[in-house]
Design a protein. Structure first.
Lengths: 218, 437
């Protein structure tokens, strides 16, 4: 029986084709995810600009009474979108093969930080709001399961307390100067760490404890 | 002359080397990502699998002609302490529809469980009772001296040929004058436990698809111990089985090839065999198989990459080692992922307890993205085709209920077998100083 050695050429071609298809499909999926996430970050940035303009208008024209509620609803809307994006970006960073999420993450963290600072300004300008910003410092998703656990607790705090506003930042990020400054300012040495009412907490905080600290409005 | 193994096994050294490999792979994954670490061994496996698939689809159906006169057949059953199975083996052979003359020689290799007494009283069986346990190859060689048949069937004492198996196998043996042996389709007898069910898939793909594909390129790797049919003249020319070999079935296949004989295969000759039902017995069996393979590659190293032996020398032999090496890298990588997830999970659970134990969302457990999962599935798709084709060859209906077992076979059994392979390799290194005395 004559052995057809052409089968090996066919097998090599088929292997190349299979790998090419796999790489193409894998890249397409990631690229699609990245584009959608990028669009959401852009949306966030544009929301940020709008909020910033509201705040500037308010401060310039001393229109706090009329504008406070508008700015609050603007900040509330952005807070929800910001927090959702946090999970998507972290997941993308962990599981991406072809596309790095670093630039997008950095953009996001800067926007997030601006939102946090804007909320603080809003609270000062608009006076007696019962909003409670919580800063959450964590490290890389897979290396810090306790950060994930603390994050889950914050998810449920956010769901239950209408006054809770959570802003998450990676404490180990090296290339965003402002985050480095933030962690230095709050003296974050270990993760997870929470900052509530400018007080840092290095231990894991239960839901009840956090709710008590922020006077949870249900 | 007997084979001696110098030196003692060193489990700590083995463990240290295994750990070192694990750490090396772990560090590589950490720096370049698990996907790229897994890619290279996967390419090897996909090329191998697709080559076999191409060979399978390219094969010509052999002639179904039966010999005008069936030759006389001697069935040799080497037996050692197989009281619980040998009677069934003999009865299944006696139920054979073989049209030619058939004799059964049961060789008791110094059993101590009372099976030799059982053999004495069995009708239609020539008992050959050896006083001392000398090993399977020795038992077979001794039986061959008194065998009268032109064809020799070696049947393990825990294997059960279907009634038509010998007729079909000998028809295949006689379809080509160069055939020195014919291998049969070995299936797991009564796969009633999870471990047996997994081995059923392994045997189905190994003795079904792989054997069929390698026979299409004339490169069958082994003449399986449970049952293989040999031309007696071929065995005589080779001087019988190598009595110093722990895998005489592998060695005889390679030696047949060296002497210019073909090894054919017929999936129609069905043989059922008992397989290990515990991890311990599986481990022992695989240590013997893999160490035997290492031993034989050293003994017949001249065959490796040697075009004189056709695709067996230049493709099947080297690729079988590459595939196992790839399996080891993949297994370590997969284990690394599992270990990382296990550490993550324990850390998460510890935090969960500290937080009052109310967290149930484990989304962070899966460290694989959608792209990696889809790509992984695409790359293993040829293997699913192999499993399906093996069912077709075995005329076994593919049932959807088998899917979890197939999943375990691919994901976990492969890892287990790779570790066995690794351990056998290090055992071989530790105790590798074979010498002839």
């Amino acid at each position: 029986m004559e052995v057809n050695k052409g089968i090996f050429i066919k097998a090599a071609v088929a292997t190349l084709a299979l790998f090419a298809i796999s790489l193409f499909v894998g890249y397409s999926i990631e690229s699609d995810n990245y584009s959608r996430t990028e669009a959401r970050v852009s949306q966030l940035e544009s929301g940020l600009e709008t909020s910033l303009l509201f705040l500037m208008f308010m401060q310039t024209h001393n229109q706090s009474d009329a504008m406070c509620s508008v700015l609050k609803s603007q900040l509330d809307d952005s807070a929800q979108r910001t927090y959702d994006l946090y999970g998507i970006l972290e997941q993308g960073k962990e599981t991406g093969i072809f596309i790095g999420y670093q630039d997008l993450r950095n953009k996001y963290f800067l926007a997030n930080m601006q939102f946090y600072l804007m909320l603080r300004q809003y609270m000062q300008t608009c006076g007696n709001t019962n909003l409670e910003p919580i800063l959450f410092f964590y490290t890389a998703y897979n290396d810090c399961p306790s950060c994930v656990a603390q994050g889950r607790v914050l998810d449920s705090v956010r769901a239950e307390c209408s006054n809770a506003r959570v802003y998450a930042f990676p404490a180990d990020v090296q290339d965003v100067t402002m985050i480095k400054y933030f962690t230095k300012y709050y003296q974050v040495g270990r993760t997870p760490a929470l900052v509530i009412n400018d007080q840092r907490y290095d231990d894991l905080l239960t839901k009840d404890r956090i709710e008590a600290l922020i006077n949870c409005s249900k | 002359m007997s084979l001696q193994i110098k030196g003692k096994p060193q489990p700590l050294v083995t463990l240290a080397i295994l750990l070192a490999i694990g750490i090396l792979i772990g560090l590589t994954i950490k720096s370049i990502g698990y996907f790229w670490v897994m890619l290279v061994p996967n390419i090897f496996l996909v090329v191998l699998t697709l080559s076999l698939l191409m060979a399978y689809f390219d094969r010509q159906d052999p002639s179904k002609a039966e010999p005008a006169v069936y030759p006389s057949l001697s069935v040799l059953i080497p037996s050692y302490n197989s009281k619980s199975t040998i009677v069934r083996t003999i009865k299944s052979i006696q139920a054979s529809d073989y049209p030619g003359k058939l004799e059964i020689i049961a060789v008791d290799d110094g059993s101590t469980d009372g099976s030799r007494e059982m053999l004495k009283g069995m009708k239609g069986v020539t008992p050959l009772l050896l006083d001392k346990n000398g090993g399977k190859a020795h038992a077979l060689n001794t039986a061959m001296k008194i065998a009268k048949g032109d064809v020799i069937a070696c049947v393990d004492s825990d294997s059960y040929p279907e009634p038509s198996a010998f007729r079909k196998a000998i028809a295949a043996l006689y379809r080509d004058k160069r055939n020195g042996a014919v291998t049969c389709f070995i299936r797991v007898d009564k796969p009633d436990s999870l471990l047996k069910k997994i081995q059923d898939i392994e045997y189905l793909t190994g003795f079904g698809f792989s054997q069929m594909a390698t026979s299409a390129i004339e490169a069958i790797f082994v003449t399986p111990g449970p049952t293989t049919i040999f031309r007696k003249t071929a065995l005589d020319e080779l001087g019988g089985f190598d009595e110093e070999n722990i895998t005489e079935d592998l060695e005889i296949a390679w030696r047949l090839r060296k002497h210019g004989y073909r090894i054919d295969y017929t999936p129609e000759a069905l043989i059922y065999t008992d397989v290990p039902n515990t991890l311990g017995s599986l481990f022992k069996q695989r240590m013997r198989w893999y160490r035997g393979k290492f031993f034989n590659i050293r003994k017949h190293s001249d065959m490796l990459f040697n075009p004189k032996y056709g695709l067996f020398g230049v493709f099947v032999l080297p690729f079988s080692f590459s595939a196992e090496l790839s399996g080891i890298v993949l297994s370590f990588s997969f284990l690394y992922l599992l270990l990382r997830q296990a550490i993550w999970f324990s850390g998460f659970m510890a935090s969960n307890i500290a937080l009052g134990g109310s967290l149930t969302d484990l989304t962070g457990m899966i460290g694989l993205g959608m792209s990696a999962m889809v790509m992984g599935l695409l790359l293993v798709s040829p293997w699913f085709l192999v499993v399906y084709l093996s069912h077709v060859i075995g005329r076994k209906k593919f049932k959807i209920e088998e899917t979890p077992v197939i999943g375990i076979f691919f994901l976990f059994y492969g890892i287990l077998i790779s570790f066995f392979y690794c351990i056998s390799f290090f055992q071989e290194i530790n105790r590798s100083d074979y010498r002839w005395k």
